[in-house]
Design a protein around this ligand. Sequence first.
Ligand code: HEC
Ligand code: HEC
Length: 299
Amino acid sequence: MRKVFKWLGIVLAALIVIVALTALAGYVISERRINKTYTIADEALTLPTDAASLAEGQRLATMRGCSDCHAPDFGGKVFINDPMLGSISTANLTGGEGSATANYTVADWERAIRHGIRPDGRGLLVMPSYEYAGLSDEQVAQMIAYLQTVEPVDRVAVEPRLQPLARALFLLGQLPLLPAEAVDHSAAHVASVPAEASVRYGAYLSTTCTGCHHPDLAGGPTPGSAPGDPLAANLTPAGNLVNWTLDDFRNTLRNGVTPEGKVLDPAIMPWPIAAQMTDVELEALWLYLQSLPPSQPAG
Ligand code: HEC
Ligand code: HEC
């Protein structure tokens, strides 16, 4: 009997050592990835100063979700605060106390938005630059110009804290913690993209939707959702939209109610963002969705 206990003790001790070593390795590997530095050359963007461009920058900063995450006043907010995952705040993008961008050059803004990289070369946490990497020079410049004019807000973000579960999910590829890793930093940027009712412009706009509806737009679980949360809908011709017209699509995204009478909760499906799109933009997006191969959610 005593022997059995001794062996059990040894097995238990070995298990504890293995778990501790795995946690330590996970910490070291995730820290190394988080602290990796990138060197991205300055991009020479010229900021517009006319009122129409600033208004367009404001519309884009809403439509592309910046104000959703960085708060409507752009002063930043608590983004994740979960005892299991940790806490991450979005940055204060205004010139007030706690500003992350007060000393930014235009090139720093561009690196943060299109590359997901902070001025010291490290990747920003969670800031979804893979959705913005393809934005045109013109639109990025309009957004920066607008953001430089917003009212200063005094709000100091708390330092990010990552619990072991967040690091484990990150290492398993289940949490897009470091978007800089998913950006092709050497890709050329286009100067401008014509705003026209075309599949091409629809594809350009669709990066606002792929974060939740998945790159193939076939839907599935949204990032950070719990089991039982609503799945993002299948927007390809294999989904419900096959029964809709362009008008149905526009009305749904403008009013948050589907032709079937389903009321979309803006906290789950952020239709007020899409409501910022022009008629032409919604038509382009519709044409793009129609052009997709009918597919089912993966896994
Ligand atoms: C999904 C939420 C989310 C969206 C959408 C988002 N951001 Fe961020 N952003 C963050 C988080 C979180 C941080 C802080 C990251 C960190 O501290 O590591 C951040 C950081 C930044 C920074 C860097 C500040 C610094 O610390 O140096 C800039 C600039 C920025 N965001 C601009 C934008 C702009 C412009 C948009 C829209 C085109 C945008 N963000 C959209 C979450 C978001
Ligand atoms: C933050 C995650 C998120 C983003 C971003 C998002 N969606 Fe959704 N969307 C959802 C979820 C989740 C549902 C399912 C809602 C439900 O079942 O109540 C949904 C539902 C929809 C529906 C209703 C489909 C149906 O059959 O009833 C449409 C249309 C839609 N989304 C289009 C879009 C478009 C277009 C974009 C980009 C402009 C977009 N969504 C961006 C999460 C998102």
